[in-house]
Design a protein around this ligand. Structure first.
Ligand SMILES: [Zn+2]
Length: 378
């Protein structure tokens, strides 16, 4: 098993799918070569971007259990800062490289499952999603949804790194580019102008305050957050800035009634009141929008998984970053869990790494989840 895992990981980490530009086709080609004989559906998104769906019919074809993983990784960044080879280096039981934790480890476990259930009929139909562009716009997951390829899913296991803990909730994300238009003037005569930077900061403060108190903290995810992550304004020390641009990263909790739309409505309310009060114009542009998701801890789906994989699975955790689940779950409204090898804290870091034993353990846990899977309520 160890050799097989090393072989798969070397192929997955060694194939560069850094996004941008992604170019997941190179990896999709390798996978279809590996999975010859399987029902593989390739979906091209153009520009060498591609997603892949592998279906293994089960004894009970009425039930379809999905496994989701993404083919792309974030870029390596400055290679000089890496102590290890970003395309894969193994020392002892640890493999270093871009994408090892996020999420070649999960992909390797999925590939092991395919190999196993090609030989032995699975109890239910299994569907493996290998998506493109998860690290940016979710092109792959969106295309799979639009093409109806996910309509038959009854539940989904998202194989992102969770350190082998049950990820039962995930924060939502809203990215905004906010531009405030005021009027510049000599800074010694501020009455002649409208200070876009100062009013913009006030706007951002009010937005932060309103969003952060929108719902009580979540036991696994903490509170809603709203962070200013960029600001561009000002020409000269003695000129009142007539324009200011801000970037905001907002993370939302599943408890917000109305989801991300409710948050955007509040921002719109503040925008209108600022425009009226201060005689400025503010434009708010959405650069990203992912809904928060949550699977109740006491749902049958989670209880059954816990029973199947034993003690270790008693630990539940929240996932702070978004996954393809944020696109798929709100649409399909099916039970899900985020469960996979690797530490979430290692994702996107220089010298990203994974402990290889976790991949084998995860594969074993996935098998138990498959064997014990029944329809929710059944
Ligand atoms: Zn990921």
């Amino acid at each position: 098993m160890k050799n097989k895992i090393v072989e798969l990981m070397s192929m997955l980490v060694g194939t560069d799918t850094a996004n941008p530009p992604g170019k997941e086709k190179a990896l999709a080609d390798q996978l279809t070569g590996l999975l010859e004989g399987c029902d593989c559906r390739r979906l091209s998104h153009g520009n060498d971007r591609e997603s892949l769906v592998v279906t293994l019919p089960g004894a009970n074809q009425e039930l379809v259990l999905g496994f989701a993983g993404h083919l792309d990784t974030v870029p390596v960044g400055d290679t000089r800062r890496w102590k290890h080879n970003p395309l894969g280096e193994i020392i002892g039981d640890v493999m270093y490289g871009r994408g090892t934790a996020d999420m070649c480890g999960g992909l390797a476990a999925m590939l092991l499952l395919i190999e196993e259930y090609e030989k032995h009929l699975p109890p239910v139909t299994l569907k493996f999603l290998f998506t493109a562009d998860e690290e940016a716009d979710g092109t792959g997951a969106k295309a799979l949804l639009e093409n109806g390829l996910l309509n038959d899913l009854d539940a989904l296991i998202i194989c992102e790194p969770s350190n082998l803990k049950l990820g039962i909730c995930e924060k939502g994300t809203i990215w905004l580019k906010i531009t405030v238009h005021g009027k510049s003037s000599h800074a010694s005569m501020p009455g002649e102008g409208i200070n876009a930077l100062q009013l913009g900061m006030k706007f951002m403060e009010e937005m932060k305050e309103r969003i952060e108190r929108l719902s009580a903290p979540h036991p696994l995810l903490g509170g809603n957050t709203c962070e200013i992550t960029g600001c561009k304004s000002g020409i000269k020390i003695n000129i009142l800035p007539g324009e200011a641009q801000f970037l905001a990263d907002i993370r939302t909790l599943p408890a917000i009634e109305g989801g991300n739309s409710a948050v955007l409505n509040i921002i719109e309310e503040i925008r209108q009141s600022f425009e009226n009060e201060y005689n400025i114009s503010i434009s708010v542009e959405e650069a990203g929008n992912r809904e928060p998701i949550e699977q109740p801890e006491d749902s049958q789906f989670i209880r059954r998984i816990r029973k199947a994989i034993g003690k270790r699975a008693c630990d539940v955790r929240g996932i702070y970053f978004y996954t393809d689940g944020s696109l798929i779950i709100p649409k399909l409204k099916i039970p899900f869990v985020i469960y996979g090898p690797g530490l979430p804290e290692n994702c996107h870091k220089t010298d990203e790494s994974i402990s290889l034993w976790q991949i084998e353990a995860c594969y074993d846990h996935y098998r138990r989840m498959i064997d014990s899977y029944q329809k929710e309520g059944g």
